[in-house]
Design a protein around this ligand. Structure first.
Ligand SMILES: *[C@@H]1O[C@H](CO)[C@@H](O)[C@H](O)[C@H]1NC(C)=O
Length: 123
């Protein structure tokens, strides 16, 4: 009896552990950090955006909400391109596990980007 109980305990424990690990990436963990760089350009603030992949898998096709986003600085489409209300970053290329993709823009005020979607590729 004791061994069966131990077995059940161990199974439950393993299920919790493995689900916890699988849940790491769900729903595509992308976090956006943003801060002023301290530089001013034409009386506007330069902002640095870090799109952090906080997952153990690569994340690609990362989409951010960016309706109304403007930048005085030209952003290369390989860095950020607008598609309707969404911004495509890094030309859809993957962001490595636990790495960041950074870019800067210049505007009066901070623009709040929100992660909308991404795809994960686990190896
Ligand atoms: C992006 O910026 C963060 C914070 O400043 C830095 O830690 C990180 O190394 C940068 N990533 C790249 C790829 O330059």
């Amino acid at each position: 009896m004791a061994t069966i109980n131990n077995f059940l305990c161990l199974s439950l424990f393993l299920i919790i552990i493995t689900q916890g690990m699988a849940a790491k990436c769900y729903p595509g963990r992308v976090t956006i950090y943003q801060k002023p760089t301290g530089r001013r350009i034409h009386h506007k603030t330069e902002w640095k955006v870090s799109v952090a992949n906080e997952c153990a898998c690569m994340q690609l096709n990362v989409r951010l909400s960016c309706a109304g986003f403007h930048s005085l600085r030209f952003l290369s489409p390989s860095v950020l391109s607008k598609s309707g209300n969404l911004c495509i970053i890094n030309n859809n290329n993957p962001i490595s596990p636990f790495s960041t993709f950074n870019f800067t823009y210049v505007w009066d005020h901070q623009f709040v980007f929100a992660p909308v979607s991404s795809q994960e590729a686990c190896s």
